[in-house]
Design a protein around this ligand. Structure first.
Ligand SMILES: [Zn+2]
Ligand SMILES: [Zn+2]
Length: 127
């Protein structure tokens, strides 16, 4: 674990102290498309919730590539680590407004009802 996030608001157009709440309980793009995910990540800058690099669509990383928002925090219950997509390293970050993880009743992979029975095989073959 290395540096503290120096300026999580860079490029977000927000004043310091107005860190946004998460966009919802699931991946924004997967929810729009009726897809499913493995684990969820939360954008520090804007609150966008996207799916992780081990998910099929990797929307959290695509959000970084589209916006330049480089810092995410895990949105999984019991996890509070941050990641910097630009430098590909773990970083320390600020205490974000709650909720800091998706609902504990929501399974991973999720969401309930959209995860195919062969999800392990699908994820393994996508690597
Ligand atoms: Zn997704
Ligand atoms: Zn963002």
């Amino acid at each position: 674990m290395v540096d503290w996030i120096e300026d999580p608001m860079a490029g977000a157009g927000l004043a310091a102290g107005t860190l946004p709440e998460p966009s919802g309980s699931g991946c924004v793009e997967c929810d729009e498309a009726g897809g499913w995910w493995f684990h969820l990540r939360r954008c520090v800058n804007c609150g966008h919730v996207g799916c992780c690099d081990d998910s099929l669509a990797r929307h959290a990383r695509r959000h970084f590539e589209a916006t330049g928002h480089r810092y995410i925090q895990s949105f999984e219950p019991g996890e509070d680590w941050f990641w910097d997509y630009l430098d590909e390293r773990a970083v320390h970050g600020p205490l974000l407004p709650p909720p800091r993880h998706h609902p504990t009743a929501q399974p991973a992979p999720g969401p309930e009802g959209r995860v195919p029975s062969d999800w392990r095989k699908q994820l393994a073959s996508s690597r």
